[in-house]
Every structure is written in C-alpha cells, then in structure tokens.
Design a protein around this ligand. Structure first.
Ligand SMILES: [Zn+2]
Ligand SMILES: [Zn+2]
Length: 283
C-alpha cells in the first residue's frame, strides 16, 4: 500500500513510550499519515542495560507497545502499512531478559542497536583524548560485531551513530569536521567494518539507512554512504529506512533524500519486515 502511489517509508520512530520521546503513539501515527508515510513503525526503545533503573519503567512501557500498535493499525491501517516493532538496545548486556522479551512479543520488526559501550555509558560525555577516542570506537565496533553474531533482530541500527559524538584519529591526523567523520572512520576501521557487514549479510540482517544523520550534521544517513556502498559491493541487498523521529516535526524527515542516495548507490529496493520476514519494495 502506498499513499497516493508514493513510497515514503519510515519504520524507525519513537513516541512517549520511549524515555526520550515527546508525543503519544497516536499523535506520531497521525503525523506520519498526514505526511504521506507509506510504511510506518513505532520502534520504542527497550534499552536492555537499563532494566532496573528507577528513572524509567521499561516493563510498563513494553506492555503498552502492543495496544499502541493495535490502535494505530485500526485507525490508520487502511492508509499506511503498519508494523509492530521495537528498538532493542544492548541486548547482550542481559541476554536472558532480551530473549524473554522477544519470545513474549510477536514483533514484526526488531531494530538492533548499540547506544553505549562497556566503558562509555553516555556517548555525549566521551572525553576528547586519543586514548578515549580510540577505545570507544574499538568497543563500539567490537560490541556491534558481537550483536550481529547473536543476530536475533531484523536490521542493524544507525551503524555510524557514534560518529555524531567522537572525533576520528586517522593516520593523516585528527578529523573533527562532523561531515567528514563517516568517511574517516570507514577508511581507518575497514577490517572490522567489513566483518560486521559480511556477518549481517550471512545472518539475514538488514542495514539501516537512518535519515537522522542528516539532521545531526553528519551530511549522510547512518550508516553513511561509504558503508552502504561497501555493503552493496559485498552482496548486501536489504536496507531499511527510518527517520528516528522522537517528535512530530521529525517524522519522515530527510527520508526522500535518503532514498535518492540509495538510488545513486545502485539500490533498486528497500525492505520492510512483516512477521520478521523481509519484504522488498521498489524505490
Ligand atoms: Zn537508536
Ligand atoms: Zn531510535
């Protein structure tokens, strides 16, 4: 189903069922529908390492995801394709808990994410030293590799998320310009990046093109163009697209630009997930 014959996928959005979301699930869905979104998913956060924190009751939130999905589906399901979904952060920090949530909920679509690493709980607070920059990037890609080797999710979220927060040490010097960090990290960390990309291809996991990279100053979606290009060279065909909106005004933001980039890289399809099965849509 495409609204007015137009493809406008946004299968990565957050409502106030996420600790950092602003608007209700129905408000987000209404905005998506009015914007002309053709494929829509709320992917509210389950940050597995934060279970037990007092600031946010994950279990109450998770219990509300299904009702929200059903309401959205009944109100907007005749205009948009709607999916039951979540964004699962750091599942390896408590694997039994993560696997129980997945067993208890029949998600159509699961985004797998790395939002923190062993020594860096808050990406916005990484000390700007050579030691910390190198250690956080190593931990980030090592933990991402472990995540995709586990592999019980649909798409690898925003592979270049960390580049929003850290300058990149390269053999030719320090790269501070946000718009140049994606290429710099790709050139400097090629072996582990290739390993992650070959593993997602082998395990049937998609790669996300998260359009919020543009509004965060990276001049690229996340994963960025060099990563998407390399993924395609290695045989990857499954790309999901989402805005990572946490408020109404960002729904579908920069998605058309992201689709243009994908076309320019030679992709002819993107994918969405229904009952965890990939379905391809021409772009
Ligand atoms: Zn995320
Ligand atoms: Zn997100």
């Amino acid at each position: 189903m495409e609204q007015n014959g137009k493809l406008l996928p946004d299968i990565h959005c957050h409502s106030n069922l996420s600790h950092d979301g602003s608007d209700t699930p129905l408000e987000m869905a209404r905005r998506a529908c009015e914007t002309g979104v053709s494929h829509f998913a709320l992917t509210d956060h389950i940050e597995v390492d934060e279970f037990g924190y007092e600031e946010w009751d994950y279990f109450s939130a998770i219990a509300k995801f299904k009702t929200a999905y059903e309401q959205i589906s009944s109100q907007f399901g005749d205009k948009m394709n709607v999916y039951f979904a979540t964004e699962l952060g750091q599942p390896l920090y408590d694997l039994p808990a993560a696997e129980k949530i997945l067993a208890d909920n029949d998600y159509d679509f699961i985004i797998g994410s790395v939002h923190r690493t062993e020594h860096y709980e808050h990406m916005s607070k990484i000390p700007d030293t050579v030691f910390d920059r190198k250690r956080v990037i190593k931990e980030y890609f090592d933990e991402m590799l472990a995540l995709v080797e586990w592999g019980k999710f649909s798409t690898l979220a925003h592979m270049t998320f960390l580049m929003r927060f850290v300058n990149i040490d390269t053999p030719s010097g320090l790269v501070c310009d946000k718009a140049k960090r994606t290429q710099a990290v790709f050139d400097t960390y090629k072996p582990i990046i290739d390993k992650i990309l070959t593993t997602i291809i082998k395990n049937g996991i998609a790669l996300e093109a998260n359009s919020s990279g543009y509004r965060r100053g990276l001049n690229d979606p996340m994963a960025g163009a060099p990563f998407l290009k390399r993924y395609r060279e290695l045989g990857g065909k499954m790309v999901t697209v989402g805005s990572d909106a946490h408020q109404l005004c960002d729904v579908a933001g920069d998605v058309p630009r992201t689709l243009d980039l994908l076309r320019g890289l030679g992709f002819t399809e993107i994918c969405v997930f229904n009952k965890k099965e990939p379905q391809f849509v021409k772009i």
